[in-house]
Design a protein around this ligand. Sequence first.
Ligand code: IPM
Ligand code: MG
Length: 358
Amino acid sequence: MANFKLALIPGDGIGPEIVGEAVKVLDRVGEIYGHTFEYHDLLMGGCAYDAKGTCFPDDILPTCRACDSVILGAVGGPKYDSLPGAERPEKALLKIREGLGLYANLRPATVHSALKSASPIRADLIGDGMDILIVRELTGGIYFGDRGTREGKYGEETYDTEAYSEFEVKRIARVAYEAAMARDKRLCSVDKANVLDSSRMWRRVVTEMSAEFPEVALTHMYVDNAAMQLVRDPSQFDVIVTSNMFGDILSDEASQITGSIGLLPSASLGEGSFGMYEPIHGSAPDIAGKDIANPIATILSMAMLLKYSLGLGKEAQAIEDAVEAVLNEGIRTADIAGAGETAIGTKAMGAEVLKRLR
Ligand code: IPM
Ligand code: MG
């Protein structure tokens, strides 16, 4: 029995719709297991820009810090695409990750057995299934490096910089090694060490740390090869650890192998139990407000919240089981419906998960 304070940032596009369903699921879990969740609503992204003239209002960081964790929908939309980089909704996302010290982004990608036909990858290539955990560094690299314009060989040029310290590589590698220890003890570090100095340092540091984790089988892969291996033989991977940008790209790729980007949850963690939980997909402005978005990624993010930040393992399992049951029974939103299958909407999918919570 406990009361938890959660910052709630629905954001833009489909954000409010999917977060709405996730909150219902969380509240139902609370009723069943005797916990209460207290939500602190915050505006961030385009909606905040419209209401307050900034995508990242001052109340965000203090309110989040006063809570146990953060639930986020998605931010951004075409309306804000012409804003200067520093004022865009996406920048708010980087600021909240950095401001809360959330350097470790866990993105699990699993192919549900009932959804093998939704995957664009042939069933025989998926084999017994794919169960990958991408550990993406989230507060460093080219997303945060030095940037600007300068005089170059062909006149003025614009640049962004990929930079990592050994400290940053070590702390993300530790998260990945520990995750591998709790799974199949296989870790693949993805870099571009054949070209980039920062990647060579990354590879050296990750390799040195393997002495601390002798049971983990460590391999290295160049990012171009990793992108190819993911579609050639996805089940070869257990845990992947990689930089901010490579992780961004590979996690979208891995998500599609599972059938839909609408299924994948994520946790962003720092030191301690505080975390931020969000689907890996974006705000999908093209389908916003139509009650057709898949809420499962956000609902599964609530399971990660319960497990990683609130220490409620069996409650997390209850959500995962309910989602599994829904999928096994052939209940589908448009993104995962096969030929001849009927698709239900966002709210209806949320209700189906709710019904199966035990
Ligand atoms: C993600 C998104 C973000 C990122 C964007 C919206 C800034 O693509 O969380 O994967 O690149 O980190
Ligand atoms: Mg992304």
